[in-house]
Design a protein around this ligand. Structure first.
Ligand SMILES: [Zn+2]
Length: 318
């Protein structure tokens, strides 16, 4: 693909759109707050406006975007561009035909991908997994998501759910009672290791009246607060065990870590990596573990890569 496309990243707190070049170059990026509580029509209108503004700046620079790629929260049906299921990050998102609606509003051919699946497309194309034939991406933020690339292709699974590492059961018998996950089930990884889970674990262990923001937990740990350190270590341990187990199943070329919680740095990454290597069998134990290099652009780049399949070229890695 040589054409420039528009990548649109739809999240529960923010919308972002940008021009994405053939090697993942991002220009003309625009962001706005996501009207996630106002329902699908408000989300689609806000997204279409953002795409229009990026497209206008492209056209004024003499560029005609060839297609629109969308990365969104929720399980996506890539054939229809609709949301098969979603938790309530975005109100009433399940069933929304986001691809057809945006194609109609923008007049652009539109491809839709789950946001974490799109992250893996981005990292393999032009990030920390560039050139890898297989990769396991784990995104730790408000939730815990994952994506699997095998033999050069993104694995979406039979229903688009593949890679949902956050919903691996990790607690079997917990004296405190297993925590309830965002999906409603008990004892899943996300309920222990997401940003909100770490912050609320800290608040309850430290006896705080309100739940602090995650960076405050990191600062407390660095200032010598043993409770904060223990809570972050528990999350890192849970992540390391789950990722190590998956490395035994998949034996990937590389593990990529993305998402805001990874910003806790060595407080989280040291226990994560050492537990991962301890859990993994002798071969997978040496897997390279890298942090995403695309930062905040990972979603728009992945959305742009998703648009490639519309051009039907061999460069399609999805
Ligand atoms: Zn779950």
């Amino acid at each position: 693909m040589t054409a420039v496309v528009i990548g649109l990243d739809i999240g529960g707190s923010k919308l972002a759109a940008a021009l994405v070049g053939p090697a993942g170059q991002v220009t003309a990026r625009a962001d706005k707050a996501s009207p996630a509580r106002e329902g699908p029509d408000a989300m689609i209108d806000a997204a279409a406006q953002l795409v229009s503004s990026v497209r206008e700046s492209a056209i004024s620079a003499g560029i005609r975007p060839a297609a629109l790629g969308v990365a969104t929260a929720g399980v996506v049906d890539p054939d229809t561009g609709s949301i098969r299921s979603a938790v309530d990050t975005i109100k009433d998102w399940t069933g929304v035909p986001i691809g057809p609606r945006l194609a109609q509003l923008t007049g652009l051919p539109t491809a839709v991908e789950n946001d974490v699946h799109a992250m893996a497309l981005a990292e393999v194309c032009c990030g920390a997994a560039q050139g890898a034939q297989s990769a396991l991406l784990v995104a730790v933020g408000t939730g815990v998501g994952g994506a699997i690339v095998a033999e050069g292709r993104l694995r979406r699974g039979r229903t688009g759910t593949a890679g949902a590492i956050g919903h691996i059961p990790v607690q079997i018998d917990d004296e405190d009672g297993a925590r309830i996950c965002s999906c409603g089930r008990a004892g899943h990884l996300e309920a222990l290791a997401s940003g909100p889970a770490i912050a609320s674990s800290y608040a309850s262990a430290a006896g705080l009246a309100s739940v602090p923001a995650l960076p405050a937990v990191g600062r407390a740990s660095r200032a010598g607060d043993a409770t904060a350190t223990a809570v972050i270590r528990t999350a890192g341990t849970a992540l390391g065990r789950a990722i190590g187990g998956l490395c035994n199943v998949l034996d990937p070329d590389v593990v990529i870590l993305a998402g805001g919680v990874i910003g806790l740095g060595p407080l989280l990454l040291d226990p994560l990596t050492s537990v991962l290597r301890g859990e993994a069998l002798p071969g997978p134990a040496s897997v390279p573990v890298r942090v995403s290099r695309l930062g905040d652009n990972i979603g728009v780049v992945g959305a742009g890569i998703a648009a490639r399949r519309l051009s039907g070229q061999a460069a399609d890695r999805g």
